[in-house]
Write a protein that binds this ligand. Structure first.
Ligand code: NAD
Ligand code: LMR
Length: 329
């Protein structure tokens, strides 16, 4: 049986970077057939239709079917996986509350449509920003579906963090493990190296030999570099990250389905772990076991790390309050 995968915003940039990799088997492997549903708004339909024509021309062995639609009921029908990429970008003069309101108008109805039309085992990866709160809105709107079926993408932040550590140590990125992201996919996020290893050795020890005072390097170089990387890409490229975001979305969703052999990061619903208020979609260190994300528990957070986690979580609480004030939750 083929896996049905819905991609919203499929006519956009990340959509274009996702579709062909999924059709080529990068998400589910070389043996799993896929059926793609490309969900757009009317203005984005032509671009999605164009991508569908190219998917056809790719003659991908694994691709069974492609459907393009602007109807959420059709778009999510039978979906086993849904990548929610389409979102309202912040426009000139738009306040944060306006952005949250505009996205609540997208992710609320999409959450409802997923609950009504997707497969019971649906797994939802929210990419569109503000990703954590959009995931919260979708989950809250999906009556009858567990909030565990909704996640927000912070894997890109983790990949950026691992790449920065690797560069600082002049080590291959493959040798760097356990650099989780805590909190929000925003400039307040906390990329955490305290448990990280390079070829099995503590990263903090290796950094001390390279950067001098590790705390200063973390505060002045590493954390701002990772947390503001999205803005840096926008400034240099002229638009937000695309291929690296699509890559992270594929890795996140693949690991969710197929499992992990170590920790990674994902925005998942809190049950109160590490004092994060219940119900928030916060990034945590996670493992994927038996098709479910599990928060890695029992990690020590010193006062410095605790303050950083708390600051990012406080931003998530503020976003939730702002959405509640709109009467959405
Ligand atoms: P884009 O503007 O190129 O494409 C977005 C597409 O979404 C457009 O084609 C638009 O028509 C469509 N769309 C808008 N509303 C929709 C709706 N209600 N239903 C279906 N489709 C809809 O943008 P992009 O570069 O592909 O980025 C998409 C989103 O991903 C943005 O919100 C961006 O900020 C976010 N992003 C997140 C991360 C992350 O790590 N979480 C990284 C990069 C970008
Ligand atoms: C990113 O991290 O690259 C994006 O979320 C940035 C953005 O604002 O689109």
């Amino acid at each position: 049986m083929a896996t049905t995968i819905t991609i919203t915003g499929a006519g956009g940039q990340i959509g274009y970077a996702l579709l062909f990799r999924i059709a080529a088997g990068d998400l589910l492997g070389p043996d799993e057939k896929v059926r793609l549903r490309l969900l757009e708004i009317p203005q984005g339909l032509r671009a999605a239709e164009g991508a569908a024509l190219e998917l056809h021309d790719g003659a991908f062995d694994l691709l069974e079917h492609v459907e393009v639609t602007d109807d959420p009921a059709t778009g999510f029908h039978g979906a086993n996986l849904a990548l929610l990429v389409g979102a309202r970008p912040r426009g000139p003069g738009m306040e944060r509350a306006d952005l949250l309101a505009a996205n609540a108008g997208i992710f609320g109805p999409q959450g409802r449509a997923i609950a009504e039309h997707a497969a019971a085992d649906v797994r939802v990866t929210v990419v569109g920003n503000p990703a954590n709160t959009n995931a919260l809105i979708a989950a809250a709107s999906a009556e009858g579906l567990s909030a565990e079926r909704f996640t927000a993408l912070t894997r890109l932040d983790e990949n950026r963090a691992r790449a920065q550590v690797a560069a600082a140590l002049d080590a291959p990125v493959s040798s760097i493990r356990r650099v989780p992201i805590w909190g929000n996919h925003s400039a307040t996020q906390f990329p955490d190296v305290s448990h990280a290893t390079v070829d099995g050795r503590p990263v903090v020890d290796a950094l001390a030999e390279r950067v001098g005072d590790v705390r200063t390097w973390l505060e002045e170089t590493f954390i701002p570099r990772v947390a503001k990387r999205g803005a840096e890409i926008i400034e240099v490229r002229g638009s937000s990250s695309v291929a690296s975001a699509a890559n992270a979305a594929i890795e996140h969703t693949r690991d969710w389905v197929r499992g992990t052999d170590d920790w990674t990061s994902a925005g998942v619903v809190s049950h109160g772990e590490y004092g994060v208020p219940e119900g928030l979609m916060s990034s945590f260190p996670v493992r994927s076991v038996g098709g479910e994300w599990q928060i890695v528990e029992g990690l020590e957070l010193d006062d410095w790390a605790r303050a950083r986690v708390d600051a990012s979580v406080a931003e998530l609480v503020e976003e939730r309050e702002a959405v509640r004030a709109l009467g959405v939750l």
